[in-house]
Design a protein around this ligand. Structure first.
Ligand code: GLY
Length: 426
C-alpha cells in the first residue's frame, strides 16, 4: 500500500463493516470508503455495489484499492471490469465466481478434481427428480443451481419433504431462473465448519476455522438464514482434519480452477461437514467470498495486518508473505435480527443500548442499520447487528457477547437472536 492510497469496500453488511474495520488498522491507509455501507460505517458512498460505472469513476478519482464483499457484484463481473480499467481489486472474476454462483459447475468441478463431496444428481424435470427420490434410501439436500440470496438450500428429513421442495423449486420456480435447475445430494450428518482461504490464483493462506449457525432458532431449528452467529476457532476440528482439508480441498481447488482457465483470486470459502461417524470432511459448498458472519470473529482474532494479504492476493505474491498470525483468544459473534427474520419483518426502529464501544475485546458490527437525517441509528434490514467479542475461552467470549446483546433493543421487543451461539447443537 502506498501512502496516498484509499480503500473501497463494496457491500453494506456486517462482513463489510468488519473487513473495513480490520483494514483500517493498516497505518498507510488514508481513508476507507464503503459502497454503500451502513449505519455503523463512515464515508458511505451513495453508490450501489452493482453500479459499476460509478464505482470505477470513484475508484479512479480516489486512487482506491477495492475489496468486494458480496456475491452479487462478483457474479456480474465487477472484478473483470475493474481489471480492464487497470484498477486493483481483490475478488474472483465472473468465471471463477461460478464456483459459488452455479452449484452444478461447483459439484462437477469437485467430482472432476476428486474433492470430497456427497453424491448428487442434477435435474431440470420435476418428475425425474421425484422418481429419483422414490428410489433412494437416504435423506437429501435440495439446492437451487443459481444465487438465491442464501435461501436456496433445503435440508430435508423425509421423501415427502424432498418432493415438496422439488415442487417449490422446479414447478413453482420460487427463485425464478436461479431454480430452473436443481441439485439433489445425499445429506451428510455431522459438525459444520467454514474454512476460508485468501487466494492469489496459484497459492493461498488459510484462515483459522470458524463455525456459523445458519438456522433461525435455538437448537438448529427453523428456516435457514444468512447466519445467526459464529465463533472461531473451532476446537472440535483437529490438526489432522485441517491437513486433510488443505490437501484434499484447497490444493486441488486452486490447481483445478487454474487448469479450468478460471484462476481463483479472492476469498475462497469451503462450507464443510465433518461426518459424525467417519470424521471425514465433505465440501457442502464453495463460496467465492468471505462468509458473513464468519468474517466478524475472524477479523477480531486476526493479529496480522489483513491488507498485506489482500494486496499479495492481487499481486500473486502470497508465497512471499509470512503465515497469518492469530490472537490466542476465542471470538463469538451473536447476530441480532429484526423480529420475523428471515421471513417478514419491520424496519425503522431506533436502536437503544449500544455502549462499551471503547472495549477492545468487543465490537458491534452493523448490517441492517442506517442513520436518519437527524443522525439517529435505526434498523433497516433483517440482520441488524453482529455483537462480536474476544475472550480467554469460548465461554468467556459467549458470555461477553450476550451481556452486550441483552442491553440492546429496538421497538417494543422487535429484536430477535439465538441464545445458543457457541454451543454444540448437533
Ligand atoms: N454464513 C454463510 C455465508 O456467508 O454464506
Amino acid at each position: 500500500m502506498h501512502d496516498n492510497e484509499n480503500v473501497l469496500v463494496i457491500g453494506s453488511g456486517g462482513r463489510e463493516h468488519a473487513l473495513g474495520w480490520k483494514i483500517s488498522q493498516n497505518e498507510h491507509i488514508q481513508k476507507i470508503f464503503y459502497a454503500n455501507g451502513n449505519g455503523g460505517t463512515n464515508n458511505n458512498l451513495p453508490i450501489l455495489p452493482t453500479e459499476f460505472e460509478k464505482l470505477i469513476d470513484f475508484a479512479k478519482d480516489n486512487n482506491c484499492f477495492t475489496v468486494v464483499g458480496p456475491e452479487l457484484p462478483l457474479s456480474l463481473g465487477i472484478v473483470d471490469i475493474f481489471e480492464s480499467n487497470s484498477l486493483k481489486i481483490f475478488g474472483p472474476t465472473k468465471l471463477a465466481s461460478e464456483i459459488e454462483t452455479s452449484k452444478e459447475f461447483s459439484k462437477n468441478f469437485m467430482t472432476k478434481f476428486a474433492i470430497p463431496t456427497s453424491e448428487y444428481k442434477v435435474f431440470t424435470d420435476a418428475s425425474k427428480a421425484e422418481e429419483f427420490i422414490e428410489k433412494i434410501d437416504f435423506n437429501v439436500v435440495v439446492k437451487a443451481d443459481g444465487l438465491a440470496a442464501g435461501k436456496g438450500v433445503f435440508v430435508t428429513n423425509s421423501k415427502s419433504e424432498a418432493i415438496n421442495t422439488i415442487d417449490l423449486l422446479l414447478k413453482k420456480k420460487i427463485f425464478g431462473k436461479a431454480c430452473e435447475k436443481i441439485i439433489v445430494e445425499k445429506r451428510i450428518v455431522g459438525n459444520e465448519a467454514s474454512i476460508i482461504a485468501i487466494c492469489d490464483g496459484n497459492s493461498f493462506k488459510l484462515l483459522d476455522p470458524c463455525r456459523d449457525y445458519k438456522r433461525a432458532f435455538d437448537n438448529d431449528l427453523g428456516p435457514n438464514t444468512g447466519g445467526m452467529g459464529s465463533h472461531s476457532p473451532v476446537s472440535d476440528i483437529t490438526e489432522n482434519e485441517i491437513e486433510f482439508i488443505v490437501d484434499k480441498v484447497f490444493n486441488p481447488a486452486i490447481k483445478g480452477m487454474n487448469s479450468e482457465g478460471r484462476p481463483f483470486k479472492g476469498f475462497l470459502y469451503a462450507g464443510l461437514m465433518i461426518e459424525k461417524h467417519t470424521g471425514k470432511p465433505y465440501v457442502l459448498e464453495f463460496n467465492a467470498r468471505m462468509g458473513d458472519p464468519e468474517c466478524q470473529p475472524l477479523m477480531m482474532r486476526m493479529e496480522s495486518d489483513l491488507l498485506q494479504y489482500l494486496e499479495a492476493g492481487v499481486n500473486q505474491s502470497l508465497d512471499d508473505v509470512k503465515p497469518i498470525e492469530w490472537k490466542k483468544k476465542f471470538s463469538t459473534c451473536v447476530i441480532m435480527t429484526s423480529k420475523g427474520y428471515p421471513d417478514k419483518y419491520e424496519t425503522g426502529y431506533a436502536i437503544k443500548g449500544i455502549t462499551n464501544l471503547f472495549d477492545p475485546d468487543l465490537m458491534i458490527f452493523h448490517s441492517g442499520t442506517k442513520r436518519t437525517n437527524d443522525d439517529e441509528l435505526v434498523t433497516s434490514g433483517g440482520r441488524v447487528l453482529g455483537i462480536t467479542s474476544l475472550g480467554e475461552s469460548l465461554d468467556d467470549s459467549i458470555n461477553k457477547a450476550y451481556q452486550t446483546v441483552n442491553n440492546i433493543s429496538w421497538g417494543d421487543c422487535q429484536q430477535q437472536f439465538r441464545k445458543d451461539i457457541g454451543k454444540n447443537v448437533t
